[in-house]
Design a binder for this molecule. Structure first.
Ligand SMILES: Cc1cc2nc3c(=O)[nH]c(=O)nc-3n(C[C@H](O)[C@H](O)[C@H](O)COP(=O)(O)O)c2cc1C
Length: 391
């Protein structure tokens, strides 16, 4: 299943986030609908790192919606417990972080300023929010103030900016650093880039030059451990954040740990290992969704194409797996494949998941005219949070 030679040296020291030390400086990127407790378990069983939950909105948390509480729930053996909060209103963010801290629900809080989805940016949320410098500062300040009462580190995850003419990341990162965040993460694309093209790692280098007192985490287009090594070497970043590359490949975290420890060992699973992982993922999903097998199966369907990418599995089985309703059906369809099939090589690797094409992001009218925020805009922003699904 894997090949191995050992060369020796650690690529980077452990990642320090305030009081937390993450031995392997690798972060599972928060991904709504993907990085739930089940998927995080599969990933963390493979290698070291920090595994961030799906985004939750501050409003949903404050309202204690069952979905938001499901999202921030961690299994007892999960350490550190990491959550990501999305918000647009400093007071709501403060209340949400206070709740997390007072109720001891997390050891690390990441803040989402990277969402490029039109229904969010149209109201001024997500990746277009840091353009409003004071609002960004107030949100970060509120979170850090509340979290620091219990010494919980807060990090910020952002994009480069709205588009190439409205870059915000350097300013926003300096502000975040001043406000006491424990690290900044950069998805090296603008909102306008969406998920298209290749991430601009040179922006991570520039961020690393600008931010000297806290770790800089690089994100974008790490599809293999070798990409992570290259990102560290090219940008000088202190850790990497891995999103789509691990979808259907939780063993990527084993490769990443090996690479960061200077080992060339890589996991090259045959189809039997993939099928066992899918089934286990299904079982874990049932737990994650409180025993609701149908819901769990609906949620796992989208993972099939990622798991099976590059493996010679026929269309009929793929279609059947994309429609599973029960664990028994899942087992039967998996067993109908030729499980002795070996790792197919490069076909199983490379880009997967969202690509999308570049588009000018929708912003509220007049948004780009000034970096100050008006009361009218603040009001609309609160609506923006209501339209985000994050619990
Ligand atoms: C399905 C999906 C869901 C995502 N959800 C979130 C999210 O909840 N919060 C966030 O900050 N980023 C989210 N992202 C963005 C990723 O965290 C990451 O920044 C992005 O995919 C780029 O990294 P990658 O090239 O390694 O995938 C999401 C991405 C995908 C593909």
């Amino acid at each position: 299943m894997s090949t191995s030679t050992t060369t020796g040296q650690r690529l980077l020291p452990p990642l320090r986030l305030g009081p937390l030390e993450v031995d392997t400086p690798v972060v599972l990127a928060p991904m709504a609908g993907v990085t739930n407790a089940a998927f995080r378990r599969l990933c963390r069983e493979n290698g070291g790192g920090l595994y961030v939950a799906e985004m939750v909105t501050s409003r949903a948390l404050v309202e204690r919606t069952p979905e938001s509480l499901r999202i921030i729930h961690h299994e007892p053996d999960e350490k550190p417990r990491s959550v990501q909060v999305y918000g647009v209103d400093p007071a709501t963010i403060r209340a949400a972080v206070k709740m997390i801290v007072d109720e001891d629900r997390a050891d690390h809080i990441d803040m989402n300023f990277g969402c490029p989805v039109p229904k969010v940016t149209r109201k001024g949320g997500g990746a277009v929010l840091p353009w409003k410098r004071d609002l960004f500062r107030d949100i970060v300040r509120a979170a850090v103030q509340e979290a620091s009462r219990k010494n919980i580190p807060v990090t910020v995850k952002m994009r480069k900016g709205i588009d190439d003419d409205h870059l915000t990341y350097l300013d926003a990162a300096r502000t975040a650093e001043k406000e006491g965040v424990a690290a900044v993460g950069l998805h090296a694309r603008t909102a306008a880039d969406y998920y298209s093209g290749t991430a601009d790692w040179s922006a991570i280098s520039r961020l690393k030059d600008a931010i000297t007192t806290i770790p800089v985490l690089g994100n974008g287009d790490i599809w293999a451990a070798e990409d992570a090594v290259r990102m560290v070497e090219e940008t000088g970043c202190d850790g990497v954040v891995v999103g789509r590359g691990c979808m259907g490949r939780p063993w990527l975290f084993a490769d990443l740990q090996a690479a960061f420890e200077g080992r060339e060992e890589r996991v090259r699973p045959g189809l039997r290992h993939v099928a066992d992982t899918i089934y286990r993922h299904g079982e874990l999903m049932v737990d994650t969704f409180g025993g609701d097998e149908r819901k769990a199966m609906r949620e796992i369907r989208k993972h099939m194409a990622w798991y099976l990418k590059g493996y010679p599995v026929g269309g009929e089985v793929r279609r059947a797996l994309g429609l599973v309703d029960t664990l028994a059906e899942l087992r039967a369809h998996l067993d109908s494949m030729d499980l002795d099939t070996a790792y197919p090589g490069p076909d199983a690797e490379g880009a997967r998941g969202r690509q999308g094409s570049a588009r000018q992001p929708a912003c509220p009218e007049g948004w780009l005219d000034t970096q100050d925020i008006t009361p009218d805009m603040e009001l609309r922003l609160r609506e923006a949070e209501l339209s985000v699904s994050g619990g």
